[in-house]
Ligand binder design. Structure first.
Ligand SMILES: [Zn+2]
Length: 144
């Protein structure tokens, strides 16, 4: 079932697809650099315990970065596939069309700006609710 965003012309799609491919290339490049860094680091031989601990901290930070990149990479590939199957540029939430300017700024957008703002508002609300609940618990614990 094709449900292509009718406001996107062939030129729009070509521009967005090129952007997505550039992103994919950039991420692939980063992964290769990181891999080479690890390989050369593991060849530098004996280290004392402090150095080893620092390496672990750096590695953990890097892994977090890489996980985020990997997640984003998946989104980029998904968006490229969506362009090919003509299901690109539609809001996952309301099924409406995502504007070209929004897609150009964030080609992996899966929600229109209205739904995105709504979901962010909800996220913030949930965050504050959770926070005030846990604060309340802490205060109860303190008073007993
Ligand atoms: Zn929407």
């Amino acid at each position: 079932m094709a449900r292509l965003n009718k406001h996107l012309t062939k030129q729009h799609l070509a521009a967005l697809k090129e952007k997505l491919h550039t992103e994919a290339e950039r991420i692939r490049g980063n992964f290769t650099v990181k891999k080479a860094e690890y390989e050369s680091a593991s060849l530098t031989g004996a280290k004392d315990e402090v150095d080893a601990a620092n390496d672990n901290i750096l590695l953990a930070a890097d892994m977090r970065f890489s996980n985020r990149e990997a997640l984003y990479y998946k989104k980029v590939l998904k968006a490229i596939a969506a362009v090919d199957t003509e299901q690109y540029g539609m809001c996952d939430d309301c099924g409406g069309e995502i504007s070209f300017t929004r897609l150009l700024a964030r080609p992996t957008s899966e929600m229109c700006i209205i739904c995105k703002e709504e979901s962010e508002k909800e996220e913030n609300q949930n965050y504050f609710e959770r926070r005030s609940k846990s604060l309340g618990r802490e205060m109860n614990v303190a008073s007993t």
